[in-house]
Structure formats: structure tokens, C-alpha cells
Design a protein around this ligand. Structure first.
Ligand SMILES: Cc1ncc(COP(=O)(O)O)c(C=O)c1O
Length: 482
């Protein structure tokens, strides 16, 4: 078979062949949205149309024609003064936001559970991150919003910080009070940067949470490929004029991004904006309606819990994205990982992500009623499907942030060694350790490892919790500074 010698093509073909129901990104859901709108002819012959910058095809790094026009149209649609198209995901937008808002040695306030691209941005910028602790939902055991008071206190304690970055919404769909946070940050004369990777659809429907641009943020990076319909890896960076040095943003975008951007990806960003302007309201209306129906069915007919508006105003949650279906399976003692596998193997449904107790399904304007119905029925059946119940000891997450001896970028440039985890108390970590739940790094590079943290991590491994960020996922050893 030819595919056996082309393993990546084989892997995506095999997944395609399953024709599973995709409750994951990208939001175009296998191109379904283009068929639904009768626009699939626009996406034909994409490989033949793949091109470099020939005359008439604009240059991403000095746009004067089509890309300039498309970015201006996007800025208008997304409520920004300037929009930059990205071909290396929101990750590149986050790097550009952080690097343009700071200089080496600066402090930046970030949530302790920030996406790894935020931490990487602080390493690239040789910055000193100061962590703000998000609120933890004690039932779902996940990190939710950041309270405005937490931001205010962090700014009072760090008046020399250059910028504040917040994640809005979280992967699970929880939004913080960005309007209030923007007011606090701007009053102190700082920049507000928002990782809105999961919120590019917000501005297109009044029933959705306020978008960070509308709420007053200075720069916002959005994964248009996650909740809208552009191709995987294509994103947008939106900028508000006033406090931001636009030329510095452009400089860093050139530095970070390839000089050979895919014009097919850029065109998919342009088309995503067009679709939202032409059809977005009605399509989102349906998406919200079916997502809410699914949520109500799960919450009223099963012991499962689907995150919804009832959590508003607790755990730092200002609003909830109704299109994000986050289901907690604690009520039937079933791990999220197991539910994920059951959905895949028995129902041919693939969700976006699972953690210890929860699964996260990404819905989009491409989904149709029958997909929601199948997903909902599978979850309602879940209780009778469970063969082996599990019970785990409730673990207390050590909420304190360990003492920071040096910034992550300094730790990464230090000599390192691997030692057994039991021997690590008293050493300085050279890696990030993130137990799920709640997905908050328990140790960052440059932080002092304490005994209670090692004990907690041992329990996490024993109960089968996922540990991410470490070179040894079983955490027998850990990388520390020599
Ligand atoms: C909260 C958050 N921020 C940033 C990113 C990075 O986005 P991208 O994959 O578009 O680079 C992700 C990706 O999953 C994310 O979940």
C-alpha cells in the first residue's frame, strides 16, 4: 500500500475514513461548513492554487494589495484598529504581543494556568513572569476565571510590571471580567494582552460573551481555526491603537513568522471573516440553540454536569461561552479520559479534549442538529455503559506558588541534570510540571521544589492523573539545575 510509506498522509487518511463526528477543532469540521453554505466550490483546487508571492499576490510582511485589504476588512469585522493574519497559530500572535509589549528583564503578569505559548513568550522575551492564580472549581477540579481583584492586587504588588496577559475564555469556556480587568490595568498605565484563542466567534453574536476587543484590551490573539472556519494553524492578532507600538508588533511578526506564508491559509482567514459577516449571526444562533439544548438535556436527565450559566459569578467566572460543551462525569464516577474513549469506540464521536473528570467538546457553526443529538444521547447512555466504576481519593491541590529563584529563561540556560523525583526537594526545577486536574503548573522552571509538592505529585501519578510538561510523563525523574 502506497500509504504505508507516507505515514502522515496515512494517519490523516485513516482518521478521515472513520467519518467520526468531530467535536474538535478545526471549526470548519472537515469542510462541512463550506458544503452547508454551498461555498465548497471556493475551496476546490486549493493545492493547484498554492503559490508564492508572484505579481498580484500580496506579501504578508509588507502588505499593499489583497492581504492589506483583507486585514482591513477583518479589523472592521473583529472591532480592531489593526488586524494581522497569522500562519503560525495564535502561538505566534502571543509571542508578538508579549515581545512588543516588553523589553528584556521586564516583569509581566500572567495567569498561572496560561497556555504554554505564553510561558514560551516570556522565555523568548527574557522576562520575569509574575503569576496570578485563577479560581478553582472545587467540583469539576479545573481552573476557571481570574478575578479582577487578583489582577488589581498583583499590579499593586508589582507596579513595575509592563503588561498583564489574561486567557479569555479558558479551554473549558469560562470567561473572566475582561471589561473590569481592562479598567484596572489601564488605570495603572499598563497594557492588557488577551489570549482569546478560543473566543474568535464572540463578536458575531450578542448572546455570546463580550469579546476582549470590545471589552477594551490592547491586543488580542485569536485562533480563528478553532471556533471559526479557517485552516488549522491560521489565526489573527487584533490591535487597538493608543498604547501599543504598532511598528514593534509588525517587527516581531516578521521575526516570528515564516517568509513563505501559505496563501491558501491566508485565503481561508479571509473566507472565515466573509462567512461570519454574511451568515454568522444565523449560524451562531443555531449553534447556541443546539448547544444549550444539549446542556439542558444532560443537566436535567443525567447525573453528569455540563458547565453553564449557573456557574456565573463564582470561581472568577463572569460569563460562559454557551457553544463550549464541557461535561463533568464525576457524578457517575467516570474519568474524562475513559468517557473520551467510550465516545470514540462505541459512538464514533471524537471530542476535543479530556481530563480527569471532564470532557470538552468544541461545537461550531458547521455542526448540524443530528450531531448534537447523537452526542447528547451517547452521554445520556454513558451511565449504563460504564462497566467498571472507579473511586479515587480526593486530592488537595497545593495552592501556594513555589518560591521563584530565577526566571524560566535563566533556568533553561543553566546546566541541568535528571534526578529521581524523591530526591528533588531542595533543588530548583528546570522544567514545568502540570498535573491534570486542574491543569495549573505546580512547578515552573526556576522554582524551588518543596517536599509537599513531591508528595502530591506522587499521589497524582498513583491515581493515574495526567502530568504534562515533563520529559518523563511517569515522573520517576525530574530535570533540575545542577
Ligand atoms: C488557551 C490557548 N492559548 C493559545 C493556544 C495556542 O493556539 P494555536 O494552536 O492557534 O497556536 C491554545 C491552543 O490550544 C490555547 O488553548
Amino acid at each position: 500500500m502506497i500509504y504505508d510509506n507516507i505515514p502522515i498522509l496515512k494517519s490523516i487518511k485513516e482518521y478521515w475514513d472513520t467519518q467520526s463526528i468531530p467535536f474538535h477543532m478545526p471549526g470548519h469540521k472537515r469542510g462541512k461548513i463550506f458544503k452547508k453554505l454551498g461555498l465548497d466550490y471556493l475551496m476546490e483546487n486549493l493545492i493547484e492554487m498554492d503559490t508564492t508571492e508572484v505579481p498580484g499576490v500580496d506579501n504578508l510582511h509588507s502588505p499593499e494589495e489583497a492581504i492589506k485589504e483583507a486585514q482591513e476588512l477583518a479589523a472592521k469585522a473583529f472591532g480592531a484598529d489593526h488586524t494581522f493574519f497569522l500562519v503560525n497559530g495564535t502561538t505566534s500572535g502571543i509571542y508578538a504581543m508579549i515581545l512588543s509589549a516588553t523589553k528584556p528583564g521586564d516583569k509581566i503578569l500572567i495567569p498561572r494556568n496560561a497556555h504554554r505559548s505564553v510561558v514560551s513568550g516570556t522565555i523568548l522575551g527574557r522576562l520575569h513572569p509574575v503569576y496570578m492564580m485563577p479560581e478553582i472549581d472545587q467540583y469539576m477540579e479545573i481552573a476557571m476565571g481570574i478575578k479582577p481583584a487578583t489582577v488589581e492586587k498583583a499590579l499593586e504588588q508589582n507596579p513595575d510590571a509592563s503588561a498583564v496577559l489574561v486567557t479569555n475564555p479558558t479551554y473549558y469556556g469560562a470567561c473572566s471580567d475582561i471589561e473590569k480587568i481592562a479598567g484596572i490595568v489601564h488605570k495603572k498605565g499598563k497594557l492588557l494582552l488577551v489570549d482569546e484563542a478560543h473566543g474568535s466567534h464572540f463578536i458575531f453574536h450578542p448572546k455570546l460573551p463580550i469579546s476582549a476587543m470590545e471589552a477594551g484590551a490592547d491586543m488580542v490573539a485569536q485562533s480563528t481555526h478553532k471556533t471559526l472556519t479557517s485552516m488549522t494553524g491560521s489565526s489573527m492578532l487584533h490591535v487597538r491603537e493608543g498604547r501599543v507600538d504598532i511598528e514593534k508588533v509588525k517587527f516581531y511578526l516578521q521575526l516570528i513568522q515564516t517568509t513563505s506564508p501559505s496563501h491558501v491559509m491566508l485565503a481561508s482567514l479571509d473566507l472565515a471573516r466573509y462567512i461570519m459577516e454574511e451568515y454568522g449571526y444565523k449560524l451562531l444562533d443555531d449553534c447556541i440553540k443546539y448547544s444549550n439544548w444539549t446542556r439542558d438535556e444532560i443537566n436535567s436527565k443525567s447525573p453528569l454536569y455540563c458547565l453553564g450559566q449557573d456557574r456565573k459569578n463564582i470561581y472568577g467566572i463572569h460569563d460562559i461561552d454557551p457553544t463550549r460543551i464541557t461535561v463533568c462525569l464525576k457524578g457517575i464516577d467516570l474519568r474524562g479520559f475513559k468517557a473520551d474513549e467510550i465516545l470514540r469506540s462505541r459512538y464514533n464521536i471524537q471530542v476535543e479534549m479530556s481530563d480527569f473528570w471532564n470532557i470538552v467538546a468544541i461545537t461550531s457553526i458547521a455542526d448540524d442538529e443530528s450531531s448534537y443529538k447523537k452526542f447528547c444521547q451517547a452521554l445520556l447512555n454513558m451511565q449504563s455503559d460504564v462497566e467498571e466504576n472507579i473511586s479515587i481519593t480526593e486530592q488537595g491541590y497545593p495552592i501556594h506558588t513555589p518560591e521563584c529563584i530565577m526566571a524560566p529563561y535563566e533556568a533553561l540556560n543553566h546546566e541541568k541534570e535528571y534526578i529521581e523525583i524523591e530526591k528533588s526537594p531542595g533543588h530548583i526545577s528546570a522544567e514545568m510540571v502540570v498535573p491534570y486536574p486542574p491543569g495549573i503548573p505546580i512547578i515552573m522552571p526556576g522554582e524551588y521544589i518543596q517536599k509537599d509538592i513531591v508528595e502530591y505529585l506522587r499521589q497524582c501519578v498513583d491515581t493515574g492523573m495526567k502530568i504534562s510538561g515533563t520529559s518523563d510523563p511517569k515522573l520517576r525523574k525530574i530535570k533540575v539545575l545542577k
